[in-house]
Design a protein around this ligand. Structure first.
Ligand code: SF4
Length: 381
């Protein structure tokens, strides 16, 4: 059994079942490209923080027992001034600080303490008992299940149209429904108070029929041909990659454009991929204007592309007029879907990952890692 780390501790406070599974090492934990990218950023920040203490010792091992043994050896040595990522274990509760430094009077100073053990003592005892039991605590449906990776195999198992499919379901409404024993949309009685969008989902699920508004056809006919299908990729980093960027600023790094003369008939394709060794935003903006020149709608899915083009227009006033012309040609297909069409297979969402397999079953995102597309960056080289 693993020691109770901060992550397990906080998880078990919310869901004892999940905390127990983590303690038993029973959570499948595939490292996605997005997670790997975040880990790399954390490592880079750690490296820079350590550069401020050049005589420090890094406790690099991930094994808690080895880390604790290393700490004990270093702390008794009078020349040891600074330790990075020291590990501490008390009554099976484990934590790691960022930096431990020795003051002039000989006392140790802990920087970025993860928890103060005395405040949590009663909870810790309870959690220790819980995580030591050999039997997994029975899962209970709770509001937090909505964001849990195990939901489909746990409290959501076997339920096709869970009440979590209701858009923006808040905790109060969730509790009102579950207190009455309702977990499926099919079971929601008529007259139960829902928002307009939630009610639309309920009506579609209960009738098992898509809902099509009269405006769908004219809204789609507003698309003018030839049409350019535009898709951006961006990257956000904790440590700015280039001067004059804020932490986590959204940096456009890539785009792809398919030009169609009529539905389904691609006549040209253009794309741009930034060079990670320099800030390419100006070059990207100029190429974008050139690649989209001419007449015809620029079709996007979500308002993301508009946000990116607006950001470029603010950044490069000389290009603002041309970029604003592009914005005037944008047609957001998701907005049209949201307003005019709902299918029970969407399960309360209109993201392209949900709508594409329902509307075009022969196309699918299965097997593609599209949670976060990553251009090559300094962190990944
Ligand atoms: S689905 Fe809910 S009960 Fe099951 S592990 Fe996740 S949070 Fe806990």
């Amino acid at each position: 059994m693993r020691p109770i780390t901060r992550r397990i501790f906080l998880t078990a406070l919310t869901c004892p079942t999940l905390g127990w599974l983590m303690c038993q090492d029973q959570i499948p934990n595939p490292i996605t490209a997005a997670a790997r990218f975040q880990i790399e950023q954390g490592l880079e920040i750690g490296r820079r923080a350590r550069a401020l203490y050049p005589t420090g010792h890094l406790i690099a091992t991930h094994n808690f027992n080895s880390a604790i043994a290393a700490i004990q050896n270093l702390m008794i040595h009078p020349n040891t001034q600074t330790l990075f990522e020291p590990a501490f274990l008390t009554e099976n509760i484990a934590t790691r600080a960022d930096i431990l430094t020795r003051k002039q009077d000989g006392r140790w100073h802990l920087i970025e303490v993860k928890a103060r053990i005395v405040d949590f003592k009663p909870v810790c005892i309870e959690l220790e008992e819980l995580t030591r039991t050999p039997k997994k605590p029975e899962p209970e449906l709770r509001f937090e299940c909505r964001g849990c990776d195990l939901f489909k195999d746990c409290t959501g198992q076997g339920i096709d149209n869970h009440i979590f499919d209701l858009p923006r379901l808040n905790q109060t409404r969730f509790e009102t429904l579950t207190d009455s024993g309702i977990v499926c949309i099919e079971e929601i009685p008529s007259g139960f108070s829902l928002t307009g969008k939630q009610n639309r989902v309920k009506v579609c699920v209960q009738s098992n029929k898509p809902q099509i508004e009269a405006r769908l056809k004219p809204d789609l006919e507003a698309v003018s041909w030839p049409t350019f299908y535009l898709d951006f990729e961006t990257v956000m980093t904790a440590i700015p990659l280039y001067p004059n960027l804020a932490p986590y600023a959204q940096l456009p790094t890539q785009y792809s454009i398919h030009k169609c003369s009529e539905p389904g008939h691609v006549t040209a394709h253009s794309e741009y991929l930034a060079d990670p060794s320099r800030d390419c935003r100006l070059e990207l903006a100029e190429r974008l204007i050139s690649d989209l020149k001419g007449a015809g709608s620029i079709v996007v899915y979500t308002s993301f592309e508009k946000t990116i083009i607006n950001g470029l227009a603010r950044l490069y006033p000389d290009l603002a007029a041309d970029l604003n012309l592009l914005i005037g040609r944008l047609v957001d297909l998701e907005a049209i879907i949201k307003k005019n069409f709902y299918h029970p297979g969407f399960h309360g969402r209109t993201s392209i990952k949900r709508t594409l397999p329902v509307l075009v079953p022969e196309m699918s995102y299965d097997g593609l890692d599209i949670g976060m597309a990553l251009p090559r960056s300094r962190f990944l080289r």
